[in-house]
Structures are given as C-alpha cells and as structure tokens.
Design a protein around this ligand. Structure first.
Ligand code: HEM
Length: 373
C-alpha cells in the first residue's frame, strides 16, 4: 500500500500506525513526497508559514490554468495564501459561524424526502442545503448539485479531458446562477456585504463553498452509514436519542475521516521537528492518521461515541482550517436522523462496494440499484 492508495483502502489504519511508529515525518522516495503521519508533525506542518497550499511555481494546476475552471480555482481562499486567502476568509468564516442550526436541520428535513439512491442522496443533499442557504431557488438545487460535482472533478489530478471540459461548463453556469440570485438569505447578505476585491473573487468563493461541501460531506454521511451498518446497537441508540447523531458524526469524522490527507508545498527551507525540508518539497499530511495517534486520543482505534475532548484533524488545522465544520457536522447528523426516522430499511439494504476513486477522499460507494423504503 502507498499513502495515496490508503485513502480508499478497505482498512488503512494498521498501515498508518506502522508509518507513525516508523517516523512522524518520512520521505517516500517512490512518490517523491514527505509523509507526515503523527499528530505532532501534522500540526507542525499545517501551522508552518512556509508550508503553503500551492507550489510557488504553479498557483493553478497546469491542466486548468487556461480554462474557466482555472479562473475560479485561482481565486479560491482554499488555494491561496496571504491577502488572497485572508480577505475572503474574513467574510466567509463569520458568515458560516452565524448560521442557525435549527434552520439547517429544517432544510435537511425538507430536502431528504424519498431517498431511493444512497449515492445520489449523499452527494446531492449537502450541496442543496448550502445552495439553499445561499438563496438559490429550490427548483435549481438538483442542477446546482450536478454542476458542483462537475466542477469538483477539476480539483483532482485523476480527472480526464472530458471531466475538465465539464468542470469549465459547471463553473460558468454556477457563476451565472449566482449572479441571478434575487433572494437575500441571511448567509448571502452577509457574504455580499463583505469587503471583496472584486465580484469575480466573491463568485469564485461562493462556488468554493459548494465545491468544498460536496465530496467531503458526502463522505462524512457515507462513512457514518458504513459504521452504522456494522453497529446495529448504535442505530438503536440514535433512533431512541436523535441528539446523539452529532456525537456520532463527530466520532466518524475522527475514526474514518472523509478527508484522509491534504498537501503542503514548501516555499522556503524550513524545519519540522528534527527534519529539514527544502523549498520545492511537498508534504502529504495524513489527517486520518493523526486522528488515530495515541498522543491525541486514548483508545484511538476504538469508536467511542461520547468521547471527551475529541481532537479532530479531519477538518484541518491552522489558517486553512475548515470554516464549514459545524455546518457540515449539522448537515450530516440531521441527514442520519432523517434517514433513520423515515427510511430505516434503506440502511439495512445498503450494500457498500468500495470507495469512489480518489487520492485523498474516502467516500463509500453504495449499490447503484434503487433501494426501497
Ligand atoms: C458544509 C460543508 C463544508 C463547507 C462549506 C466547507 C468549506 C471549506 C472551506 C471554504 C475551506 C477552505 C478554508 C481556507 O482555505 O481557509 C475548507 C477547508 C477544509 N475543509 Fe471544509 N467544508 C465543508 C465540509 C468539510 C468536511 C465534511 C470535511 C471533512 C471532514 C472538511 C475538511 C476540510 C479540510 C481538511 C480543509 C482544510 C484543507 C487544508 O488545509 O489543506 N470540510 N472547507
């Protein structure tokens, strides 16, 4: 196994434990990557000012640099450092933090009627909730979810030419849809009132909210379903006490993270622990391994529903730490509550068939056939 294959391996956690025992940071000559596997090194890399989200020589991947998708990518806070990161973040972070959990729960309830295909539901529901919070009309939510998935494909090095063309079309159409939004939701008005360099930066980061939501939250819901399918005792507990769903998805995020790794690119020679990294080096940061480090948690390999002082690496740390964490956990918890309340049989019939191909996301794939309630 390699650290990249681990993301979609049936059980990567023994392998991660071996990496941690070997060294907190090691150089994988075959992959040409440093691998950070321990809680301490993961934290140090993510906190380091010279470990950046993009390589200095390639702020936008060459495959999309000349395309519409590349214009959006270039403006995303996720893909920038310095002012181009801080300014959008200063608007988006407080706007997301101010969201009302009850409103989100209501949106999830209204949008989860009649689940007949788990894969489609996992991918569509979270994006639809966020699109609705951003004022996009209900009749466009399915389309928005499809366009977002098309755009997200351009973020993966695994995507082919046809996917890149679709990503361009997705980015253009989403931009157009946002420019036509009339309803001023609470979230959209606080974002629009923010201090933006120009309208292009704002619209790119609105697309960024949808694209960041899409796969990671699908994975969080999916990995929660995988866990529940193995633990009927937890199904019963959450059915009896739905407020436990939030603890369930938090522990799933720790135990089986939907985002297994992220990358940092070294801008200047720097030191992490006892290792010296050179400008131009790349670090693969194993968030999912740090979650299982005994320095961060007692009984790290056990699923402990009500875990005191859970330290989550799954949402990143430091200046790029996910600003959508609470929103994502709320959507996933409510999705599970709704499924167990309305269509518990869907879970019984769910049959997992591995994971969607990815180098960093862990998103289970379920039976393609419609499932009955
Ligand atoms: C409603 C759903 C979500 C939204 C709106 C959202 C939004 C974002 C945004 C805008 C960023 C970029 C922040 C920055 O660069 O300053 C980000 C980063 C991140 N998000 Fe989320 N996110 C969501 C769900 C998730 C989920 C479910 C996970 C995984 C459990 C996740 C994991 C991460 C990670 C690891 C980063 C940091 C990546 C890095 O530092 O390299 N996100 N998110």
């Amino acid at each position: 196994m390699t650290p990249l294959q681990a993301a979609t391996h049936a059980d990567p956690y023994d392998y991660y434990a071996r990496l941690r025992r070997n060294a907190g940071l090691l150089f994988d000559a075959d992959l040409g990557l440093w691998i950070a596997s321990c809680a301490r090194t993961v934290e140090a890399v993510l906190a380091h000012p010279d470990c950046c989200v993009r390589p200095l020589h390639e702020p936008v991947p060459a495959a999309i640099a000349q395309r519409v998708a590349g214009q959006v990518f270039a403006r995303l806070m996720r893909m920038n450092e310095g002012v181009a990161h801080r300014c959008p973040r200063a608007v988006m972070e407080p706007a997301l933090a101010a969201l009302d959990a009850q409103r989100i729960a209501l949106d999830v309830e209204q949008l989860s009627a009649g689940v007949n295909n788990l894969d489609a539901w996992m991918f569509t529901l979270p994006v639809s909730v966020v699109a609705r919070l951003l004022g996009l009309p209900d009749e466009q939510l399915q389309i928005v979810a499809g366009l977002t998935r098309d755009f997200v494909a351009c973020l993966s090095p695994l995507s082919n030419e046809a996917q890149l063309r679709n990503a361009d079309a997705g980015a253009s159409q989403l931009r157009q849809m946002f420019s036509g939004v009339l309803e001023q939701t609470v979230l959209l008005s606080s974002i629009r009132a923010g201090d933006w360099k120009d309208a292009e930066v704002m619209s790119a980061n609105l697309i960024g909210l949808l694209s960041q939501t899409c796969e990671a939250t699908a994975g969080l819901i999916g990995n929660s379903l995988v866990l529940l399918a193995r633990r009927p005792d937890l199904v019963e507990r959450v059915k009896r006490e739905p407020t436990l769903a939030i603890a369930l998805v938090q522990e799933v995020a720790r135990f089986d993270s939907p985002v297994q790794n992220t990358r940092r690119f070294v801008a200047r020679r720097c030191t992490i622990g006892r290792w010296v990294l050179e400008a131009g080096d790349t670090v693969l940061v194993l968030l999912a391994s740090a979650n299982r480090d005994s320095d961060a948690h007692s009984q790290p390999d056990s699923f402990v529903l009500e875990r005191p002082q859970r330290r989550l690496f799954s949402f990143g740390l430091g200046r790029h730490q996910c600003p959508g964490q609470t929103l994502a956990l709320t959507i996933a918890a409510q999705a599970i509550v709704q499924l167990l309340r309305r269509q518990p049989a869907v879970l019984e019939h769910a049959c997992q068939q591995g994971y969607w191909p990815s180098l960093n996301g862990r998103i289970p794939r379920f039976n393609a056939a419609p499932v009955s309630s």
